[in-house]
Design a protein around this ligand. Structure first.
Ligand SMILES: NC(=O)c1ccc[n+]([C@@H]2O[C@H](COP(=O)([O-])OP(=O)(O)OC[C@H]3O[C@@H](n4cnc5c(N)ncnc54)[C@H](O)[C@@H]3O)[C@@H](O)[C@H]2O)c1
Length: 258
């Protein structure tokens, strides 16, 4: 199967660590030109250095996707510097917890925190997608992959996440379908992945109580790795998935099945 990603310009938000870093590396290994975008520039640089150490192509850009002007600038600068954007991966996400790694109950969540989570997870995805699609429409090609979550499909399962996170990830699935339906005729595909529990710095913030509960629900009996999400994202962005759009792919080791 020819993934056809060589020399493609790929932007990954939140690419500085965890799942995003693995996604950047996986695209770079396919010969893509990867823009490693991250709120912490230090992390963007360290992920980029790891890619360069393998002799592969990557460029760090500092972006807080919850700031619309920064999100727009990310896409604009990419097009200016590399002459294109072929793939956008909306991966940046936050999941606030208390000091004990416990998610807040819905009635405890303040509107500021609610808006902060929506600002990163949902609005960031929206603004980056809007900018990328405006460009992709001029070329009649391109692919977007959004990172949702099992929490966006089954918030009633044991989750170390709050209602704001779960709602943002559900909205991403809906937005994926809406966007996919609007741009399908123009040669642009929009898909998502819904990871189960994945071992990353983010998941380590959750208390053992929640991590154990999620592990028990995962039929394969282990957490996933960032690489296992990255390979699904690369596939969905590639020509290997040329007839797939509007899909949200479960990558969860047999947790929920739909
Ligand atoms: N780890 C899991 O179990 C899991 C499960 C399902 C979904 N996800 C999703 O996968 C994605 C990556 O999660 P992770 O576990 O690698 O998290 P992580 O916290 O380890 O990494 C997230 C990265 O996003 C960056 N980031 C945060 N806010 C940002 C912003 N405003 N602008 C730009 N970058 C920002 C962080 O700096 C960090 O580099 C998230 O969308 C998360 O919701 C994770």
């Amino acid at each position: 199967m020819d993934l056809n990603l060589k020399d493609k310009v790929v932007v990954v938000t939140g690419g500085g660590r965890g799942i995003g870093e693995a996604i950047c590396l996986a695209f770079a290994k396919e010969g893509a030109n990867v823009v490693v975008s991250n709120r912490s520039f230090e992390n963007a640089v360290s992920a980029t250095d790891k890619i360069h150490a393998l002799g592969l192509k990557a460029t760090p850009i500092q972006t807080d996707v919850s700031r619309p002007e920064e999100a727009r600038k990310l896409i604009g600068e990419t097009i200016k510097e590399f002459g294109a954007i072929d793939v956008l991966v909306n991966n940046a996400g936050i999941s606030p917890k208390n000091q004990n790694g416990e998610p807040a109950m819905t009635w405890e969540i303040g509107l500021d925190e609610w808006n902060q989570v929506m600002g990163v997870n949902l609005n960031g995805t929206l603004i980056c997608s809007q900018e990328a699609i405006k460009y992709m429409l001029t070329r009649k090609k391109g692919a977007i992959v959004n990172v949702s979550s099992v929490a966006g499909k089954a918030p009633y399962e044991p989750m170390a996440t709050g209602a704001h996170y779960d709602a943002s990830k559900a909205a991403i699935i809906n937005l994926t379908q809406r966007l996919a339906s609007e741009v399908a005729e123009f040669g642009i595909r929009v898909n998502a992945v819904a990871p189960g529990r994945i071992a990353t710095p983010l998941s380590k913030l959750a208390s053992p109580k929640w991590n154990n509960a999620m592990l028990e629900r995962t039929l394969m009996g282990r957490f996933g790795t960032p690489d296992e999400i990255a390979s699904a994202v690369v596939f969905l962005a590639s020509d290997g998935a040329s007839f797939i759009t509007g899909e949200t792919l479960n990558v969860n080791g047999g947790w929920i099945m739909d």
